[in-house]
Write a protein of this length. Structure first.
Length: 369
């Protein structure tokens, strides 16, 4: 009986405990994050109009660059209209929205809206594209540069410039003349040509480059790229780029608006001359004012001179030789005084001097003679 009970209990335990195959499976792996996406509205527009670009599933806080590219952007930014590209910040929800002016990309369509994360931001680098039609833009077969082309730069120079408008602050205009020779055994067809200029060491301001067409083996093609700088550009500049993505070229040139510089220097000299002239006039006026103040009559009494040719000390010397009267006044004999003065000065007293001497000897008003 006891053995039967143990057997029943073991059977119940086996029934109650689920089999290993029936145990819950391990926690499922987390769902894979969605790839970044982009869309444009409208999906077709002419150059010069605006399209609204939206994106989702991007890294929050990242900065993205939005461009319209030709050739489905198979050559990267070389196929894109970098001049009209815009940037946008990704929201915490992983979305962004930007207004983009439609332009003509350097490569022919089929075209796309290309969005890439800028370096230095948060999260991994990512790129996404969406089909876009640039109305009126040519459509050609896409040529992929699977094998790097064999081409050499056989000529590179910047010509032109120095006209009158540029000398006085107009836009400096140059032409970059680029000569490329196909050194390979296969034709080079419609390869991208990317050119830019810069005020420092990097030609990061894009220029409109011509289409390269087909370059046969052993032949040389010449490309002329206009280079137009901002008004009154001054200093050394660099212009360069890449042919077929793998053939770099770069050169420098200068632009100096000497006429404008000379005019500014002349204006500065005239200003300094005017300031100096004004200061001279002011100093002269100050000197005249001081001389006028010193020439004005003083308020303190000044002993009059006896005569224009006679010093006061001569008269005082005569008075010392004359005894004063009991009243304290001096009794002066005019003739004797004139004789004394003439002997002392050695000159004959002029009538004018005699009259001045009489006025000197005349008693003050109100006193008896």
């Amino acid at each position: 009986m006891r053995a039967r009970s143990i057997t029943v209990l073991l059977a119940a335990a086996l029934v109650v405990q689920p089999p290993l195959s029936a145990r819950p499976a391990a926690a499922a792996a987390p769902a894979r994050a969605a790839e970044p996406g982009v869309s444009a509205e409208p999906g077709a527009a002419a150059a010069g109009t605006t399209a609204r670009v939206r994106g989702g599933s991007w890294t929050p806080g990242a900065t993205v660059q939005v461009q319209i590219c030709g050739a489905n952007a198979v050559h990267g930014s070389a196929d894109c209209d970098t001049e009209r590209g815009v940037t946008a910040m990704v929201a915490p929800a992983g979305t962004f929205e930007a207004g983009l002016t439609v332009g003509a990309p350097p490569a022919a369509c089929p075209c796309v809206v290309r969005v890439t994360t800028l370096p230095g931001g948060t999260g991994p680098a990512a790129t996404a594209t969406a089909p876009f039609t640039v109305e009126g833009h040519p459509v050609e077969r896409i040529v992929r540069d699977v094998v790097p082309v064999r081409a050499d730069v056989v000529g590179l120079e910047v010509v032109g410039g120095g006209d009158r408008a540029e000398l006085f602050g107009g836009r400096p205009r140059r032409t970059l003349v680029l000569r490329i020779r196909n050194s390979g055994a296969e034709p080079i067809e419609n390869t991208p040509l990317v050119v830019g200029w810069g005020a420092e060491d990097t030609p990061d301001s894009p220029l409109d480059a011509p289409r390269t067409g087909t370059l046969q083996p052993g032949r040389t093609a010449t490309y002329r790229i206009p280079v137009v700088l901002p008004p009154a550009a001054f200093g050394q500049f660099v212009v360069g780029g890449r042919y077929a993505g793998s053939v770099p070229f770069e050169t420098t040139f200068s632009a100096y608006p000497w006429g404008l510089i000379g005019a500014n220097a002349l204006a500065a000299l005239l200003l300094l001359f005017g300031i100096r002239l004004a200061l001279g006039r002011w100093a002269a006026a100050r000197r005249r004012k001081r001389r006028g103040a010193s020439a004005s009559p003083a308020h303190h009494p000044v002993a009059p001179r006896a005569a224009p040719g006679v010093e006061l000390t001569d008269v005082l010397g005569y008075l010392d030789s004359v005894a004063p009267s009991p009243s304290g006044a001096y009794v002066v004999d005019r003739a004797e005084l004139i004789g004394y003065l003439e002997r002392r000065t050695g000159e004959v007293l002029e009538p004018v001097d005699a009259e001045a001497l009489d006025r000197f000897l005349a008693p003050p008003r109100g006193e008896a003679v």
